[in-house]
Write a protein that binds this ligand. Structure first.
Ligand code: BDR
Ligand code: CA
Length: 314
């Protein structure tokens, strides 16, 4: 059983990631969810995280608001991809459960400091601002981290928000650099795998066929999410970026991976946020990241469908 903190900016794909984790209590114990500004502003990402928990019947999971902007730069958002709410495709509502008291970064620090060494897995699926700030403020948390499993970066796939950079890294490259250089084990699902996990009509059909509010919400969110990708890129469906983190935790055999050095560009105006993945070990930089480079996409959707079929929990 992994004890995890999910750090997110929902986002339809973050929402699916949360639901997949909430549906997997035998594998994952969610200690709390911290929201960060990213796809949309913080007041919407934290609201969306609470909505998703309520939809899943898990209003008891504490949701904290974290940072409302990157460490050193103005916030970039992605309403063009996710819609004005961040999770367009479903009707938003005011969740019953209030925000948990305190700042998300304090929650991360306090939870880790109170934990055994090497015991907590952090699962970020947005810009890495909350994690980086926690590491800067309280370096003593580092030995408590078992692993960081993040969505971010790209090697062969180039960028999705600039020619060279993936969105989560581009929004807060300094934070990504701090996290990537922290010395704890890191697994990264970048665009090289997430662009294979496309929510095509065929793969969504079994989800559409499931009864219940949660699978229907997932179907409706992904139907919206698909519009952007299919219109812009002519692809068969939108990439389910963030749930690759949870899929890796649940079923690592779905992925191919390699230990590599990954370094983040924080200076160049042209390639800001680029992840330089030393896949062929042409430098002697430390192998700080397990880089996921291939995935069994149909296996991923089979797992997602199986987990969504578990809702509602009794
Ligand atoms: C990442 O950016 C966001 O738009 C998604 O939620 C995902 O975390 C993909 O580049
Ligand atoms: Ca995200």
């Amino acid at each position: 059983m992994r004890r995890i903190i999910m750090d997110c900016d929902p986002g339809q794909d973050d929402a699916v990631s949360l639901l997949m984790a909430l549906a997997s209590p035998e594998d994952l114990q969610i200690l709390g969810i911290t929201a960060v500004a990213g796809n949309v502003g913080l007041e919407r990402t934290e609201r969306n995280a609470r909505m998703i928990c309520q939809l899943a019947g898990r209003g008891d999971v504490p949701v904290y608001a974290g940072c409302d902007r990157p460490l050193m730069r103005p916030l970039i958002t992605a309403e063009n991809v996710h819609g004005q709410t961040g999770i367009d495709g479903i009707d938003v509502f005011d969740p019953t459960a209030p925000l948990a008291d305190g700042h998300g970064v304090d929650f991360i620090i306090e939870t880790l400091l109170a934990a055994e060494d090497d015991s907590i897995t952090l699962v970020p699926s947005g810009p890495l601002t909350n994690l980086a700030l926690a590491m800067m403020r309280a370096p003593d948390i580092l030995p408590k981290i078992h692993e960081i499993v993040a969505m971010g970066g790209a090697m062969r796939e180039g960028g999705n928000f600039s020619p060279s950079a993936e969105f989560n890294i581009l929004v807060d490259p300094e934070a990504a650099k701090i996290v990537f250089d922290c010395g704890r084990p890191i697994t990264l699902a970048g665009l090289d795998v997430t662009h294979k996990v496309l929510a095509t009509k065929e793969r969504l059909a079994p989800i559409k066929a499931l009864d219940g509010a949660v699978p229907q919400a997932v179907y409706n969110m992904l139907a919206f999410f698909n519009r952007f990708d299919t219109q812009k890129y002519g692809s068969g469906g939108a990439p389910l970026h963030d749930p690759c983190t949870i899929a890796w935790l649940l079923k690592p055999e779905l992925f191919q991976s390699k230990l590599c050095n990954v370094s983040v560009e924080t200076h160049s105006a042209l390639t800001l946020g680029h992840t330089a993945v030393d896949f062929w070990a042409v430098t002697d930089r430390p192998k700080n990241v397990r880089w996921l480079y291939d995935v069994d996409a149909d296996g991923f959707f089979a797992l997602l469908t199986e987990r969504l079929a578990r809702f509602p929990f009794e």
